[in-house]
Design a protein around this ligand. Structure first.
Ligand SMILES: Nc1nc2c(ncn2[C@@H]2O[C@H](COP(=O)(O)OP(=O)(O)O)[C@@H](O)[C@H]2O)c(=O)[nH]1
Ligand SMILES: [Mg+2]
Length: 238
């Protein structure tokens, strides 16, 4: 039986980009053998045609009817995903679907999570502030959680279903990147990186804010560390 892969794309007001993202994705997955795929777009009360554009390209569109946020949207998407491997990628055309085979090939026996690294692959979107923030936060994650990576924060990730199923996730926004890494390590699985090139967002407005979300990343790193030390209650599913 081929492995089933669920690709989950959080999208808020991305009508300018999501069509091209899904065109590339559909072309890529059609050429990959040995796996079956489902594509889920989680639309979050978009005021444009994100949902319609996605459905027209064959994606399963799920609406996040609760409060908005990338983390909340991804949680809704994973909850509805039926694959054994989950991939998350952005709707703004910054992640390259052609790299997906590289992520899938990285799943050796004990690998739980694969991260696309912009340090190896380069980024067209990095400002100095963003680059510094990413290096600082990725270093802080290494110090607190004991796994030194090059690019913890990239939203292009693939992970085993058990990394999702074994825990109750609570992230509302972008800090879900940290929660995924912490839970993979907690499960005793390894986190590896593959080279990934980030394009600049094609159109529309970015939703992340350096200070607001940078602070959330840091607080999340510290709270995951406290959880490891037993200072916070466990988030494992009973
Ligand atoms: N569904 C949903 N998606 C979101 C939300 N905020 C951000 N995203 C999506 O998350 C991805 C990354 O967001 P982006 O604004 O490009 O931030 P970046 O991380 O700075 O590149 C994009 O696909 C966005 O559409 C949200 O509140 N709801
Ligand atoms: Mg982006």
């Amino acid at each position: 039986m081929p492995h089933k892969v669920s690709i989950v794309i959080p999208a808020k007001n991305e009508e300018m980009n999501i069509g091209l993202v899904l065109d590339d994705l559909n072309k890529t997955i059609a050429a990959i053998s040995g796996y079956t795929f489902e594509v889920i777009v989680v639309d979050d009360k978009s005021s444009d045609h994100t949902g319609e554009v996605s459905a027209a390209r064959g994606a399963k569109v799920i609406r996040n009817t609760g409060p908005s946020g990338k983390g909340r949207a991804l949680r809704v998407g994973f909850e509805n995903a039926t694959g054994e491997i989950f991939i998350m990628m952005d709707a703004d055309y910054s992640h390259r679907a052609e790299e997906i085979p590289r992520f899938l090939e990285a799943f050796q026996s004990n690998v739980g999570l694969v991260i696309g690294s912009r340090i190896f692959g380069g980024s067209d979107e990095y400002t100095r502030v963003r680059a510094f923030g990413n290096i600082f936060l990725t270093g802080a994650l290494g110090m607190f959680l004991g796994r030194y990576l090059s690019d913890a924060l990239n939203g292009f990730k693939a992970f085993r279903r058990e990394v999702w199923d074994s825990f109750h996730y609570t992230s509302s926004t972008f800090e879900i990147e940290i929660e995924l890494i912490a839970n993979t390590l907690r499960k005793g699985l390894s986190v590896v990186e593959v080279s990934s090139h980030e394009r600049a967002r094609l159109g529309g407005e970015p939703k992340s804010r350096v200070v607001r979300h940078g602070t959330r990343f840091l607080l999340r790193i510290i709270s995951e560390w406290m959880r490891n030390k037993g200072m916070l209650s466990s988030n494992a599913k009973s």
